[in-house]
Design a protein around this ligand. Structure first.
Ligand code: E4P
Length: 215
């Protein structure tokens, strides 16, 4: 399973990428706005740090403008994946960019049938938003299970990128449901590694080593 960081914070991404465990990054307009940094510079910096797919989202809502923005974003760096909203214009743009050999990520996916449409449009990735579905009282993870089955039934190449991840259990459940990748906020990524018993265990090992006078 590929692990992506869901952030536009260049420093935070750089620190986590040093682990060698980060396969890619997703950004969105809200994350870029939060970073307070220029859009294009930021995504290029991120591309150079991670050396893997970096999703950068179009802002246009009409097909022609989306296509122009998508091509402009793709020209910034070979690792750019053009992120498009789950709309008719977004799907038509996905199809056109795919034909050009440009990688795409159809975002704001809240149902498995939307996922089916993204796959039909030739999307490289589709992003089901697990946490936001949970937020409205439904079972977000069902999206992953259902999309996995649909994609496998028809051998679609589109990768399921579990998004809107809120906690480590989401990462585990997405992995068990067969998501190809998960995009994870920095705070959740850090928690994947941490366990109090690991800290206690390491402390005890080192203390025993020291008290035995070993070097
Ligand atoms: C994914 O590509 C999105 O940027 C992200 O996962 C949205 O997450 P949120 O629901 O926490 O905003």
């Amino acid at each position: 399973m590929d692990l992506f960081i869901d952030s536009a914070d260049v420093n935070a991404i750089e620190t986590r990428a040093a682990s060698g465990l980060i396969d890619g990054v997703t950004t969105n307009p809200s994350l870029i706005a939060k970073s307070g940094q220029p859009f294009h510079d930021t995504v290029v910096k991120i591309c150079n740090i991670v050396g893997g797919p970096v999703s950068a989202e179009v802002i246009a809502t009409e097909h022609d403008a989306m296509l122009a923005q998508g091509r402009e974003l793709a020209a910034l760096h070979e690792h750019i994946v053009v992120k498009l909203p789950m709309t008719i214009a977004g799907l038509a743009t996905c199809k056109a960019l795919t034909k050009d050999g440009i990688k795409t990520n159809v975002t704001l996916c809240f149902s498995a049938v939307q996922g089916l449409l993204a796959a039909k449009a030739g999307a490289t990735y589709v992003s089901p938003f697990i946490g936001r579905v949970d937020d409205i009282g439904l079972a977000g993870m069902e999206l992953i299970h259902d999309m996995r089955q649909v994609f496998d039934n028809y051998a679609f190449d589109t990768k399921i990128l579990a998004a809107s991840i809120r906690h480590t259990e989401h990462v585990l459940q997405a992995a068990m449901a067969g998501a190809d990748a998960a995009t994870i906020p920095v705070a959740v990524f850090d928690k994947l590694l941490n366990h109090p018993l690991t800290d206690q265990g390491l402390e005890a090992f080192l203390a025993d080593w020291k008290s035995a006078g070993l070097t």
